[in-house]
Design a protein around this ligand. Structure first.
Ligand code: ZN
Length: 73
């Protein structure tokens, strides 16, 4: 279960940050730092880690994330 401070596999424009596959319109979003670790959705930075904005998570991969880190697109 991926939660705050854990790392995703990679940052991919318009694709899931965990598996790299294209995501549909109903994808979730996760707030990531520049190093690819999960930040709190409401924070600009967390523990000195710099925000890189919100990145998509596909519906299948979202099942492996802590629901608290996911926000609706
Ligand atoms: Zn995925």
């Amino acid at each position: 279960m991926i939660s705050f401070g854990d790392f995703v596999n990679g940052l991919n424009d318009d694709a899931c940050c965990q598996c790299g596959r294209k995501v549909g319109n109903n994808a979730w979003l996760v707030h990531l730092s520049t190093s690819g670790s999960v930040l709190h959705p409401a924070s600009d930075a967390d523990g000195g880690r710099i925000s890189q904005g919100f990145w998509p998570v596909g519906r299948e991969c979202a099942k492996g994330f802590d629901p608290a880190v996911l926000v609706k697109n």
